[in-house]
Ligand binder design. Structure first.
Ligand SMILES: [Cu+2]
Length: 174
């Protein structure tokens, strides 16, 4: 393997390892934040994004007026705030999305969810490998699970880069 090939291998190794730490941050509602004012369409906002495992979702709001509850799907559909999986109330919450599937959030203040203050952060289980960036963690086949935050997320996160590395190496050896 000549110098150029070795350089290429190094280049792709570096790119692949960078990809591991490339997680995006998304502020829910953009400059509007997390509120009932203006009837912001959080569903449309979420659908306009392509979330990936490792992304951070940021909720910014007046903590005296709102909160963020992570809930199961039936409670999300019904705007039932009585049994949240996780409760956030700092007014500036950064939440790591560490696995594929649906992540349901709503505001637990009475009436707010019903008026639209709810959002479904969805990462498809089978992300399109063709469109995902090289070595994307989202392209790894992390099985869907209803259990909250299993440790599978980490395996999924590193599985694809490892595959990518072996691919790079095998291509440039010749
Ligand atoms: Cu609210």
């Amino acid at each position: 393997m000549g110098f150029v090939q070795r350089a290429m291998v190094m280049f792709f190794l570096v790119m692949a390892s960078l990809e591991i730490s490339l997680a995006a941050e998304y502020k829910v509602g953009e400059s509007t934040g997390w509120t009932t004012l203006g009837n912001y369409n959080y569903t449309a906002w979420a659908e306009s994004k392509t979330f990936r495992v490792g992304d951070i979702i940021i909720f910014e709001y007046h903590k005296e007026r709102h909160n963020v509850l992570r809930v199961a799907e039936p409670n999300f559909q019904a705007c039932n705030a009585s049994s949240p999986l996780v409760t956030y109330m700092s007014g500036n919450d950064s939440i790591l999305i560490n696995k594929t599937g649906h992540h349901y959030f709503l505001c637990g203040i009475p009436g707010h969810c019903l008026s639209g203050q709810k959002v479904d952060i969805h990462i498809p289980n089978k992300s399109s490998i063709a469109t995902a960036p090289f070595g994307s963690p989202a392209a790894s086949p992390t099985p869907k699970s209803s259990a909250p935050y299993p440790s599978k997320g980490l395996l999924g996160k590193f599985g694809m880069p490892v595959l990518a590395l072996s691919f790079c190496a095998s291509v440039f050896v010749y």
